[in-house]
Design a protein around this ligand. Sequence first.
Ligand code: PMM
Length: 306
Amino acid sequence: MPGPIPSHGTVIVGVLNVTPDSFSDGARYLRASAAVRHAHELTRAGADIIDIGGESTRPGADPVDPRLETARILPVVTAVAAAGITVSVDTMHATTARAALQAGARIVNDVSGGLADPDMHAVVAESGAQYVLGHLRGTPRTMNEHAHYDDVTAELAAELSQRIRAARAAGIEANRIVVDPGLGFAKAAEHNWTLLRNLTALTALGHPLMVGASRKRFLSSLLPSEASTADRDLPTALLSALLAERGVNALRVHDVTATRIALDMVRFLLPPGGIGLERASSDRVESSHIPDDAHDRRRGEQRSHR
Ligand code: PMM
């Protein structure tokens, strides 16, 4: 697998939204200095990759001009990549992706799977970067109107297959593609839960899997009605453990510390060659745990903090 997201094991992708209006951390990291500081905090907490975005994709959000989006994230991408941290750029815009890749990003995370911008696949193809291809219907502004499915798992697998074919036709090699069900993107709570129950239908597509459940509204059904968005970090971490055990390869989370603990727990409990999701091809998961080098690195850091 050429790229930071592996096809075996699970990495942590820390969320860094450089936006005024993201639903859980909007406006906190709008200043580049605050954003770069947070990227370092997330890395010390155990993030393997920092996912930097400059456009909110919450339901109903208005689109952001790619020039404004680029201006928000570019100083942050540049500084974080220059510090040796692996950067993913969270964007639906080809021009933003290109600028971030030139500034050192190694992954393009496109929640629209190329639907939002017809130039996206070509930009990724020429770059050699890894491509997270997410499932979306409509746009963030309209997606809730499209959350209607007869069989969400089958329809999602078919629609993702179609986007994968488009990406491949544009020249993105199969081994650079990572798929993401896009929890909350044109999906109601019951659709998210159904997809999480049926992840093998998505791994059958033959690509590594990324999941972004962190702090999303569907988790609130597990919590008291007065719970805050940050209270969703506990169910997020519990889900991280379960998803790592099932072989999900990248977990996109806000509270990296909690998910690192969850993944360490999985690693301690799973025997070598433990259970993972069945893969469609010879790409069968032998064991599902944090890559050893990442784990050892974190242990060393923890010791030095005590
Ligand atoms: N969710 C959000 C943004 N980017 N990227 C991927 N690959 N998967 C996701 O589920 C995803 C994403 C929205 O969450 P945020 O507003 O907390 O960033």
